[in-house]
Design a protein around this ligand. Structure first.
Ligand code: PMV
Length: 324
């Protein structure tokens, strides 16, 4: 953008994957999640038309609308209103907020979460106000609730802190030390995944057989603890089998799908050390733990097995303030 449209504020937030513990995290068990910095959401604040207030512009979605005209439950407008309130900005300035994202939508990679975080950061930057990570994370959680009803809070936490986290619902997140970086191939089934519906399906199954589901959640919790020790101890070799075990338990919970199974099987057959679905499941993405030299071969095999998109990424220690 040239001098005509000076950028008043910019915010960026990464995608994410849940490495271990999705679904059981809703029921108070721990989860481990990491940012995926190869994909991101970005929001830019530029001067708007005088007297118009805030205009929200999402060119990828072909949407442009005024904040004042948006209904209360419009998610993008909701983020803006919450942020203005959090920053004590009572009268909205004349701004245009433009949003872009390279994160796959409805695929368990936190695209909506990252858009919210990027918008809040951009507004804070334009207003020259600080928005510390815990405040940002709480704000994004309010937006998540609009989408999902009762989210665990893991998504807003990992995306807001932009750092690997060990997370238990209702507790302050613990930032994880990644002793040895590792590589993931993330592959999209191309089947949209609704977090709300998957979470509700698990809830119904849990209500029908609490003893069985509580036992599954406990077994996943034990996997998460072992994974945490492996990640912090640099024992990358231990992570593959733990992913396989976590996937098997998610399948028992009923959140896998034929497409996910096909990709998980293909990844293992082509040398991945382990593989699992990520996020809500029943579609969306899976991840495979792969040695660096084999990442391209595994991605190729996943495409042949039907993946519509593959992202190769390294999980490593992120500077906690990389996105502030
Ligand atoms: O599909 P995603 O990336 O929105 O992940 C949802 C994670 C769940 O554990 C299934 C739900 C939650 O609120 O944590």
């Amino acid at each position: 953008m040239g001098d005509e449209f000076p950028v008043l504020g910019r915010g960026i937030a990464p995608g994410k994957v849940i490495l271990f513990g999705e679904h059981s995290v809703v029921y108070g068990r721990p989860a481990i999640a990491a940012p995926v910095t190869r994909v991101w959401a970005e929001a830019i604040v530029t001067p708007g038309e005088p007297g118009v207030g805030i205009t929200i512009h999402a060119p990828d979605l072909n949407r442009r609308f005024g904040l004042a005209q948006a209904p209360p439950d419009e998610p993008l407008a909701f983020v803006v209103r919450l942020t203005l309130e959090a920053l004590d900005l009572s009268s909205p300035p004349d701004w245009t907020i433009t949003i872009r994202s390279t994160i796959p939508i409805a695929a368990g990679m936190g695209s909506g979460t990252a858009v919210s975080a990027a918008m809040a950061r951009a507004i804070a930057a334009a207003a020259d106000r600080a928005l510390p990570n815990p405040v940002l994370s709480d704000l994004v959680y309010q937006v998540e609730r609009l989408h999902h009803g009762s989210p665990s809070g893991v998504d807003n936490t990992v995306v807001s802190y932009a750092a690997p986290v060990y997370f238990i619902r209702g507790q302050p997140p613990q930032l994880l030390r990644i002793a040895r970086p590792f590589w993931l191939v993330i592959a999209d089934t191309g089947v949209p995944s609704s977090t709300r519906e998957a979470v509700m399906a698990v809830r119904r199954a849990w209500e029908a057989d609490r003893v069985r589901f509580e036992a599954l959640f406990d077994r996943i919790a034990a996997i998460v603890e072992r994974a945490r020790a492996a990640i912090e101890g640099g024992d990358v070799d231990a992570l593959g089998p733990l992913m396989d075990e976590n996937h098997a338990l998610l399948r028992e919970m009923g959140v896998s799908s034929p497409e996910l199974e096909r990709l998980v099987t293909a990844a293992r057959a082509h040398g991945a050390a382990g593989a699992k679905l990520v996020g809500a499941g029943r579609g969306g993405n899976m991840i495979a733990l792969v040695e660096r030299e084999r990442t391209n071969a595994v991605a190729e095999a996943l495409r042949s097995a039907g993946a519509t998109r593959c992202i190769i990424t390294q999980v490593r220690q992120e500077a906690a303030n990389a996105y502030e």
